[in-house]
Write a protein that binds this ligand. Structure first.
Ligand code: IPD
Ligand code: CA
Ligand code: CA
Length: 265
């Protein structure tokens, strides 16, 4: 595997270690599905276990670095120079239902900019990673975004909205609008991190979603960028913890998708 830098090495180690615990726990899910208690508590324990392993591994190398992680929030908040961004399981509902579409996502940031990151799907054994200026990879192979040039023929993926979203109506209108353009029905796979990884390797031509969190997308940002794609935001918000409204494409369909999404009703 073409992992050259010390930072990427640390991330790789942390993801590999956490993935073993996730694979074991995922194997238990099927049994729990039919038990009277259901797998809810078990999954939240699996999530926390994965996070603990990742944080321990990253902190061993750099105890002073900042951390933003979904379950634990912020650690070493004062370090704004160097920070890890962690989602220990992205696609929790899939995990909970025994659906093998989830991933670990870990990114490393310097002065607020993502420098490198990894999205690891432990079940399919697909490790997507990228580092600024070094290209993007899926396991041993270099990846590139697709070459699709028009929206009509594109394979798109999205996610949400949650029932509680105040944007629900406009999100559904938007979905309807895009559905009327594309030949292939829009996909929804329930893991934003993997949606981004799959744009990066050309399986999807574009992804958009409202109201994501930074840990859902941090690693995906650099992987998309290094694979020749383009990431943009539907509504700008500079606050790190603010909800992210993302649009990520192969670059070529970007303007067309963005214009279609920005169409006002
Ligand atoms: C979720 C997934 C999902 C997206 C949700 C996220 P989680 O992350 O990325 O695809 O639609 O908005 O919260 O909760 O599984 O880590
Ligand atoms: Ca997530
Ligand atoms: Ca999560």
């Amino acid at each position: 595997m073409r992992i050259n830098s010390p930072k990427m090495n640390i991330i790789h180690k942390a993801c590999t270690k956490a993935s073993k615990s996730l694979i074991r726990d995922f194997g238990e899910i099927e049994k729990l599905q039919v038990s009277s208690k259901g797998p809810g508590d078990f999954v939240s324990a699996a999530d926390k276990k994965s996070e603990k392993i990742i944080i321990e591994e990253l902190s061993k190398a750099h105890p002073d670095y900042g951390i933003l992680s979904e379950e634990s929030g912020e650690i070493n908040k004062n370090n704004t120079e160097n920070r890890w961004i962690i989602d220990p399981i992205d696609g929790t509902s899939n995990f909970l239902n025994g659906i093998p579409q989830f991933a670990i996502s870990v990114a490393y940031e310097e002065k607020g900019k993502v420098i490198c990151g990894m999205i690891f799907d432990p079940i399919k054994n697909e490790m997507f990673f990228a580092e600024k200026g070094s290209g993007a990879f899926l396991n041993n192979s270099r990846i590139r975004v697709s070459n699709k040039k028009n929206l009509k023929e594109s394979m798109l993926v999205t996610g949400g909205p949650r029932r509680s979203s105040k944007k629900r109506d406009s999100i559904f209108k938007e979905y309807n609008n895009i559905s009327n353009i594309v030949d292939i029905p829009i996909r929804k796979f329930g893991s934003a991190a993997l949606d981004l990884a799959n744009v990066a390797c050309g399986r999807f031509d574009g992804f958009w979603q409202w109201e994501l969190s930074y840990w859902d997308i941090a690693a995906g940002l650099i992987i998309i960028e290094e694979s020749g794609g383009f990431v943009d935001f539907l509504e700008k918000d500079e606050k790190t913890l603010a909800k992210k409204n993302i649009i990520a494409t192969n670059s070529k369909i970007h303007e067309e998708l963005k214009n279609a999404l920005e169409k006002k009703y």
